[in-house]
Design a binder for this molecule. Structure first.
Ligand SMILES: Cc1cc2nc3c(=O)[nH]c(=O)nc-3n(C[C@H](O)[C@H](O)[C@H](O)COP(=O)(O)OP(=O)(O)OC[C@H]3O[C@@H](n4cnc5c(N)ncnc54)[C@H](O)[C@@H]3O)c2cc1C
Length: 392
């Protein structure tokens, strides 16, 4: 059984970020990832400018900018009746980019690997065993990990941990476990923490040929059956997302086929739920980050930022715990910083959810924005403004 300070389930932005920051702090992390990268995933592919400070701390700013991408200049909101309102996006270093997730997530996971993280792809976590060890020091044989290298002293002081079973047949041992495995988190499910899924909506996503003269805009279009998000991801491809209810999603797909002249055989990726209750981010020796902890409405394109930043915050807490600092204090600080990250932003997300759950309300909002453009500008600025998220 391989032994690590921290096992991170999921190698998306949350898991890779957490793993990379753990490695930078001198820890020995492992990432267990179901897929083999590069892989695509259902996403609008828009990288909110809030991500840049985290990417900078990961030493990835230039590498991300070097990936094929589109520099987005505006957001166009289109009402059901076709009326629209346009808001400019910040330019320069604070600009919003769109990058295919196959490319972005691959760079992030590669960076983690480069920093010394053990990455096990094609490895689905299927079982978790919590190992509690007597404080008297009578470690059971399964609980005591083999000591190795510079981690010897730290691992010898192990009090408890996790045995993680995977489909690859290998099992892993770690002192701390991180659930970074997305909105349908297996870790949360195995610990009976996953909220009952409300499959009220479903999302479809595809990369299709970029329509001529599409420009560098994001389009958020309200439709009778739901909404569509569109953004160019390079010189030739458009990211097309459709969000609707299970009963309406096929008519949304038909709309897309007609509107973009795509064939009925176009393959679509799919995901549900779009909304679910949060999972508390702190448990004993177990933290949740990214979508596994809290799912936000995709309309505002912020999920990648929350994933990256919560990964960084969790790594800070783990470094303190493994380093022998006050565990309860470290966990409390993490929980506070995690909540702080969403404060002041969630109301916009709720507003966006109200708009997309009722496209008529969303459309009325677009009409209002035509008369009062400052309102839409304010909301957009709030979403795409860089956060001052330096670590305290
Ligand atoms: C329609 C839609 C559009 C969106 N558009 C945007 C956008 O434009 N911009 C934005 O910032 N956000 C957007 N989001 C949100 C964004 O996609 C997520 O917030 C982000 O991917 C969360 O990252 P994560 O690392 O937490 O989870 P994920 O990216 O979901 O990564 C989880 C990883 O865990 C792995 N995994 C799952 N189960 C297991 C298991 N049992 N064992 C091992 N590995 C496992 C998966 O393979 C995956 O690689 C959108 C979401 C949707 C649904």
């Amino acid at each position: 059984m391989q032994t690590f300070h921290v096992a991170i389930v999921g190698g998306g932005p949350a898991g890779s970020s957490c793993a990379a920051f753990c490695a930078l702090a001198g820890l020995r992390p492992v990432v267990l990832e179901r897929e083999i990268f590069p892989r695509e995933k259902v996403c609008g592919d828009c990288l909110n400018p809030s991500c840049w400070p985290v990417l900078e701390r990961l030493g990835l700013t230039q590498r991300v900018r070097d990936l094929p991408h589109s520099k987005l200049t505006s957001v166009q909101f289109i009402a059901i009746d076709g009326q629209n309102a346009i808001v400019d996006l910040p330019a320069g270093d604070e600009s919003e980019l769109s990058i295919k997730r196959s490319l972005l997530d691959d760079v992030l996971l590669k960076r983690a690997r480069e920093l010394g993280v053990h990455v096990s792809e094609d490895t689905t976590v299927t079982g978790l065993g919590k190992i509690n060890v007597e404080k008297s020091g009578s470690h059971g044989p399964a609980a005591r990990p083999p000591s190795h290298g510079p981690e010897r002293n730290r691992c010898d002081s192990l009090q408890a941990g996790w045995k993680i079973e995977t489909t690859s047949g290998k099992s892993f041992f770690a002192q701390v476990l991180i659930g970074a495995d997305g909105r349908n988190s297996t870790v949360a499910r195995l610990r009976n923490l996953l909220p009952h899924p409300v499959r009220e909506r479903v999302a479809l996503q595809a990369h299709i040929p970029l329509p001529r003269n599409f420009g560098k805009r994001i389009v958020l279009q309200f439709l009778r059956e739901g909404y569509s998000g569109q953004a160019p991801v390079n010189e030739t491809e458009l990211n097309l997302c459709l969000v609707g209810r299970p009963a309406t999603i096929s008519s949304l797909r038909q709309w897309a086929q007609q509107h973009f002249e795509i064939s009925a055989s176009q393959p679509w990726r799919t995901i549900t739920p779009l909304t679910r209750a949060p999972v508390p981010c702190v448990h004993e020796n177990l933290l949740f980050i990214g979508d596994a902890a809290r799912v936000v409405e995709p309309f505002t394109g912020e999920g990648i930022y929350y994933a990256l930043r919560s990964g960084e915050l969790a790594a800070g807490a783990i470094a303190k715990i493994i380093g022998g600092k006050d565990r309860q204090l470290a966990l409390r600080e993490f929980a506070r910083a995690f909540a702080e990250m969403y404060r002041g932003r969630l109301w916009i997300n709720r507003l966006a959810r109200a708009a997309v759950l009722s496209p008529r309300i969303g459309s009325a909002f677009v009409h209002a924005a035509q008369i009062q453009p400052a309102l839409l500008r304010l909301l957009t600025r709030k979403i795409v403004a860089q956060e001052n998220d330096q670590i305290g």
